[in-house]
Design a protein around this ligand. Structure first.
Ligand SMILES: Cc1ncc(C[n+]2csc(CCOP(=O)(O)OP(=O)(O)O)c2C)c(N)n1
Length: 589
């Protein structure tokens, strides 16, 4: 057998796996790993990001848009530690990323070489990653690398997907051994995990007999590409579909059975339907506090008496936050198919459009749209975020991809902005990670180069990773980045005002210390400095033409949009409840 170094083994494996890019920043601790990629640059390319957090976010966005993982690489010490927020974000949202970091030379563990933190445990960066990854490995022998790399790809992409992290001491990257490069597909399962037949039958019976059934759909449905089955099942019986933030896009949002969202930043329609359901069929979701109104009974859900059927690939989710009537462990697509077959065997397709339940759904949908109108149709300058989003939607294609990370932009993108296809609304749902949208949208654009890809960030969010515009320009990754500038972390200020009182805003606006004036850098000048197309948009009618020019430019683009600063025009709607503890002295007042 030929001899391969640790770095060569990984390069060979990635080429077999069909991974098109590795993403990261080199340092002395990873150059033996990186070196063999020089010879293979026609088969696999390196994307040089400017911060390791962004490497993970970029790979995360790539996976969410395409279902295919990338590999990220970092040096030892700070380079590896910089991945933490990226990995945690990918882990919470079940997104597959494979990371490789350097580690201290195995023969000098504990000496305190440059960038080793050894005072309590030697060469132990991997311990930091344990709670935020599906699995970590520290490989101390080069002949073990083939085993670890196929395990890593299997772990990241099967079952409930998620990030994994491999630590390779520098000598292991450089040393060689006679090894065979594993064939990826020979080391992982194929096919989908079906549900228990008895449980599926029981679930189908409950749904068929229900008077007010509702489906609750989470990110698991999108991850398993189960939208077709979801819509089929909903249309078979006329079941309204409520989605979580991660499930948004699983059903086209102009579908008559789309009942929008439950939760604190959900919709009046989704909350009403979900809390009044007699049977709730939840698929691929984890009942997080934001989608359940912090578990306050009767606001978003009333379980019990609502009977819950919960389908998830991860058994730990079943029964975790609510008691279940039927819990089915299985892949969303496989179980939805089984449910459709079971329903077909017990009843025929319903003509649901004439039922009072369907009519009540249509009424609730209209009422929700009406509640949004004052914000959406507002002619205020600066624009409301709602008005901007309405103009944005009109200007873009049905299959355009929208990426949001935190603050009002994330919440309102979820609440007010219709999307029509799975994997076109990408959001760091579980972490609300500021700084995610810019690099994640670049990953989405790399995965789907022919699609319009738009990131939408607040000014605070954008400033956390805007250095990646350099990467975008370098590689010609032509995402359009919309910066909604309200001169502060106003979603947090508005929370202070809404929950603590109208005079309790503090340390959340950006004001110059000397003058008290609102302060902001110029985002168009910043974009100019990076070499991006850029425009400043103040009026609603400027949105569509500016987007057209940005997309036509073929360059990465930054659109700076001042948005409403005045509360409550600065925010969207709260239609559920969120448990934000109030200091005792304010509660007394
Ligand atoms: C990395 C990170 N730090 C802190 C927070 C807490 N947080 C949530 S939203 C927010 C403000 C976001 O500001 P901006 O992006 O300007 O949007 P806006 O709130 O003005 O809509 C903060 C600080 C977070 N979600 N992520």
């Amino acid at each position: 057998m030929p001899e391969y170094t640790g770095g060569e083994i990984i390069a060979e494996y990635l080429i077999k796996e069909g991974v098109p890019h590795i993403v990261g920043i080199p340092g002395h601790g990873i150059i033996p790993f990186l070196d063999p990629f020089k010879e293979r640059q026609d088969e696999i390319s390196v994307i040089q990001v400017r911060h390791e957090q962004s490497a993970i976010h970029l790979a995360d966005g790539y996976y969410r848009a395409s279902g295919r993982p990338l590999l990220c690489f970092t040096s030892i010490g700070p380079g590896a530690y910089n991945t933490v927020v990226g990995l945690a974000t990918a882990y919470v949202d079940s997104s597959a990323v494979v990371a490789v970091s350097g580690e201290t030379h195995s023969y000098m563990f504990g000496k305190g070489v440059l960038q080793e933190v050894e005072r309590q445990n030697w060469a132990d960066t991997s311990s930091v990653m344990r709670p935020i990854t599906k699995r970590v490995w520290k490989v101390t022998r080069v002949d073990h690398v083939p085993f670890v790399i196929h395990q890593a790809f299997k772990t990241a992409t099967t079952g409930r997907p998620g990030p994994v992290h491999i630590f390779m001491p520098m000598d292991v990257q450089a040393d060689s051994a006679d090894v065979e490069i594993p064939h990826p597909v020979k080391h992982r399962p194929s096919g989908r995990v079906s549900g228990d037949i008895e449980q599926v039958r029981e679930a189908a019976e409950l749904v068929a007999k229900a008077e007010r059934p509702v489906m609750l759909v989470g990110g698991g449905v999108i991850l398993s590409d189960a939208s077709t089955e979801l819509v089929k099942l909903a249309e078979f019986l006329g079941v309204p579909v409520v989605t979580t933030m991660m499930g948004k896009g699983a059903i086209p949002e102009d579908h008559e059975l789309c009942a929008f969202y439950a939760g604190s930043k959900g919709s009046s329609c989704g909350n009403k339907l979900a809390k009044e359901a007699d049977v709730l069929l939840a698929v691929g979701c984890r009942f997080a506090d934001l989608s359940t109104s912090s578990y306050k009974s009767g606001v978003s859900f009333t379980i019990p008496p609502t009977k819950l059927i919960h389908v998830d690939i991860d058994p730990t989710e079943i029964g975790k936050n609510y008691p279940t009537e039927v819990g089915i462990v299985g892949d969303a697509k496989a179980v939805l198919r089984q449910l459709i077959e079971a329903l077909k065997a017990m009843t025929s397709k319903r003509k649901y459009q004439e039922t009072p339940y369907f009519k009540a759904l249509q009424k609730a949908k209209k009422e929700w749209q009406k509640e949004l109108e004052p914000l959406k149709n507002s002619s205020r300058i600066p624009m409301t975020i709602s008005r901007f989003l309405a103009e944005l939607r009109k200007a873009l294609k049905r299959d355009a991809i929208f990426v949001g990370s935190a603050g009002h932009a994330q919440a309102q993108l979820f609440q007010e902005f219709p999307v029509y296809e799975p994997r076109t609304h990408l959001s760091s749902g579980g972490m609300s990670t500021m700084g995610w949208a810019v690099p994640a949208s670049m990953g989405a654009k790399l995965a789907k180069p022919d699609r319009q890809v738009i990131s939408i960030s607040g000014d605070g969010d954008f400033l956390m990773t805007c250095q990646e515009l350099a990467t975008a320009v370098q590689y010609g990754i032509s995402t359009v980045h919309c910066v909604l500038n309200n001169y502060g972390w106003l979603s947090i200020r508005d929370l202070q005002l809404d929950v603590y009182g109208e005079h309790r805003g503090y340390a959340t606006e950006f004001r110059a210390r000397e003058t008290g004036e609102l302060y902001s850098p110029s985002f168009t000048k910043l974009a100019e400095a990076f070499g991006c197309h850029n425009e400043f948009i103040e009026k609603p009618e400027q949105v569509a033409p500016a987007l057209k020019r940005a997309l036509k430019s073929g360059k990465p683009a930054v659109l700076e949009i001042p948005v409403q600063y005045e509360h409550p025009w600065s925010e969207g709607k709260t239609r559920g409840w969120w448990d934000v503890p109030i200091p005792a002295y304010l509660r007394k007042r």
